[in-house]
Ligand binder design. Structure first.
Ligand SMILES: Nc1nc2c(c(=O)[nH]1)N[C@H]1C(S)=C(S)[C@@H](COP(=O)(O)O)O[C@H]1N2
Ligand SMILES: [Mo]
Length: 379
């Protein structure tokens, strides 16, 4: 291509590389567009162990910030010996790692809570989950360069987005315990990510820099990361101090008594059949995803499927790779009869995690991991 005009060149150069591609490259069902909150069709989601970027859910609390990568700085402060200000090219000097990890929103499957009583928030079905490879720098390496002080107990993250909360504007924030933050070597506790599935991190997913914290709910993986603060306590940010807790009521005392959610729970869903689908009596091939509890070494042990309201169960076959903090895919051949009203899947893992028949309702609709029940009709 011949560029004939200097204006075109300048325009291209000033535009953040990923910004041009973010919106059009998504094949998602958008629950809201401002901010962008979308999940893929389940049939598309369970097609492969790695979720392509176009089918990777997006959960954002505010419009995407536009960040010029040349101007970008990551600040590291708090309980450190040497506060750091790092450009992207300086971050690139640290040892690069590529890991695979599943990200899931704590609100995945929230819509199911409404059967008991209404819950607010994005009405997610079972698609607020995805498995990707993430490339970047170990948080532990950056913290080591900054030098951790004795009193350090938590590491706080702050995004560069601006979320309207009543009268004020706040960034999205999170924190993780220092022991998780300092894990490196065979298991990396947290990664500062610049690439997703081998390409520049898309704007929807936090360009130019995001956290990925394997095993933890998505809310701890702060996008558009601008600041890391080492502290003696968890973050005071709204999304740690108040939101992302399991409460029955939203009074001050309920928030104060509940702790922040960190790990995700075991979960599974059926992806190959649409809700309300009409099936023919006889054998049916089912497939779906199953995520073990977000704890080191937890492996999926059993995935069971029922077509008779849980009276009998068929063991599913697990496919896809087995890696810490990653989902697996499963498939099963079951018989449906004229009595079948629901297809049900449940699972258990080696850490003792299991999907219960029912999960107590909570006001924010988090951690729905009861038996996944898919209503169908059989002819
Ligand atoms: N800065 C910022 N980081 C964020 C969020 C956000 O709104 N702002 N949403 C969080 C939530 S709730 C989830 S589930 C994940 C979603 O990541 P994804 O959009 O890349 O799938 O990002 C987390 N990080
Ligand atoms: Mo989330």
């Amino acid at each position: 291509m011949i560029l004939t005009s200097g204006v075109v060149l300048t325009g291209l150069a000033q535009r953040p590389a990923a910004a041009q591609t973010s919106a059009a490259d998504k094949d998602l069902i958008f629950r809201t567009t401002e901010p962008r909150n979308g999940e893929p069709e389940l049939a598309k989601l369970v097609q492969g162990w790695i979720t392509p970027n176009k089918h990777f859910f997006v959960r954002s609390h505010a419009p995407n910030p536009e960040i010029d990568p040349a101007e970008f700085r990551l600040h590291v402060d708090g309980f450190v010996r040497r506060p750091l200000t790092l450009r992207l090219d300086e971050l690139a000097q640290f040892k690069q790692h590529t890991i695979t990890a599943t990200l899931t929103c704590a609100g995945n499957r929230r819509i199911e809570f409404n059967q008991e009583a209404p819950v607010g928030g994005v009405q997610w079905e079972a698609g607020a989950i995805g498995n990707a490879t993430w490339t970047g720098v170990a948080l532990a390496d950056v913290l080591q360069q900054a030098g951790i002080q004795e009193a350090a107990r938590h590491v706080c993250f702050e995004g560069l987005d601006q979320i309207q909360k009543g009268e004020s504007t706040i960034p999205f924030g999170a924190s993780i315990p220092i022991d998780k933050a300092l894990l490196s070597g065979r298991e990396i506790g947290a990664l500062l990510v610049t690439k997703m599935n081998g390409v520049t991190l898309p704007v929807d997913h936090g360009f130019p820099l995001r956290m990925v914290v394997p095993g933890y709910i998505g809310a701890r993986s702060v996008k558009w990361l601008g600041k890391i603060t080492v502290s003696d306590r968890p973050s005071k940010n709204h999304y740690v101090a108040t939101a992302y807790k399991i409460v029955k009521q939203t009074e001050a005392l309920d928030w104060a008594e509940a702790g922040p959610i960190y790990r995700f729970l075991i979960n599974a869903a059926i992806g190959s059949v649409d809700e309300g689908a009409t099936l023919t009596a006889g054998p049916v091939e089912l497939s779906g995803y199953v995520l073990p509890t977000g704890i080191a070494g937890a492996k999926v042990e059993r995935v069971m499927v029922s077509t008779d309201a849980g009276q009998s169960w068929t063991a599913a076959e697990l496919t896809g790779e087995t890696q810490d903090y990653c989902w697996r895919l499963w498939k099963a051949k079951v018989q449906v009869t004229s009595q079948t009203e629901q297809l049900i899947v449940r699972a258990q893992d080696s850490s003792g995690g299991f999907m219960p028949a029912r999960v107590p309702w909570n006001a924010k609709g988090y951690l729905q991991n009861s038996w996944f029940r898919l209503p169908v009709q059989v002819q």
